[in-house]
Design a protein around this ligand. Structure first.
Ligand code: ADP
Ligand code: 2DT
Length: 212
């Protein structure tokens, strides 16, 4: 009998919602309960494409808006063979940001429509679960000031949040909205219970293709 595949689990949300904190905690909890799990993040700044993106985000270089959008997408596609291999090996992948951030951030820029922004990511491995960590801007502000990277302003983040709301209307994606204003442990418990269900379902269903 073929071994059971791992689940592809994505965390999305506004800046400081707790994505990175929760991805790490989820991976630890899964591993401790004997389920193989690994964390990934996008952009993955370690690849050649990722380094171009990182330099752009750090404002050390400028890139034309369509170009950087396609680089973010290419950065996901270049990791697809590795992702598929790990999922087939039964490893659950917990991913900090994915194509949804790609579409939400670029479509928040003037002159971009959501539809165009989604296109380059059509056909990526489809997450079995996407959890959106919901936090209002006032509460996010209590968690610290914005950094100095590109996109880190409250006006832009507000537009991004609106684009996420549009993306969440898509019933072809298994979205769950998580109240990220709770304490770290309560958010974790919520995320863990959704994840365990997704892992069980993924064992019985083939990996899908995103937005297809
Ligand atoms: P993100 O990856 O979404 O930007 P982080 O996980 O880096 O968010 O968290 C941003 C900051 O908020 C960190 O200092 C983290 O310790 C803190 N934080 C995360 N989750 C919570 C929470 N539920 N309550 C209070 N502070 C939190
Ligand atoms: P962090 O590394 O702090 O998460 O910031 N972004 C991300 C895009 O514009 N497009 C994408 O496809 C992705 C994955 C969100 C990364 C920044 O890059 C933005 C914040």
């Amino acid at each position: 009998m073929a071994s059971k595949r791992g689940a592809l689990i994505v965390l999305e949300g506004v800046d400081r919602a707790g994505k990175t904190t929760q991805c790490k905690k989820l991976v630890e909890a899964l591993q401790q309960s004997g389920r193989p799990a690994e964390m990934m993040r996008f952009p993955d700044r370690t690849t050649t494409i990722g380094q171009l993106i990182s330099s752009y985000l750090e404002k050390k270089s400028d890139l034309e808006d369509h170009t950087v959008h396609l680089l973010f997408s290419a950065n996901r596609w270049e990791l697809v063979p590795l992702m598929k291999k790990k999922l087939e090996q039964g490893i659950t992948l917990v991913v900090d940001r994915y194509a949804f951030s790609g579409a939400a951030f670029t479509s928040a820029k003037p002159g971009f429509c959501l539809d165009w922004c989604m296109k380059p990511d059509v056909g990526l491995p489809k997450p079995d679960l996407v959890m959106f960590l919901q936090l209002n801007p006032a509460e996010a502000a209590l968690r610290g000031q914005f950094g100095i990277e590109r996109y880190e302003t409250s006006a832009f983040q507000k537009l991004v949040q609106q684009k996420f709301q549009l993306l969440m209307k898509d019933p072809s994606v298994n979205w769950k909205v998580i109240d990220a204003s709770q304490n770290i442990e309560d958010v974790h418990d919520n995320i863990k219970s959704h994840s365990l269900k997704a892992i069980n379902t993924a064992e019985r269903t083939p990996l899908g293709e995103l937005w297809k």
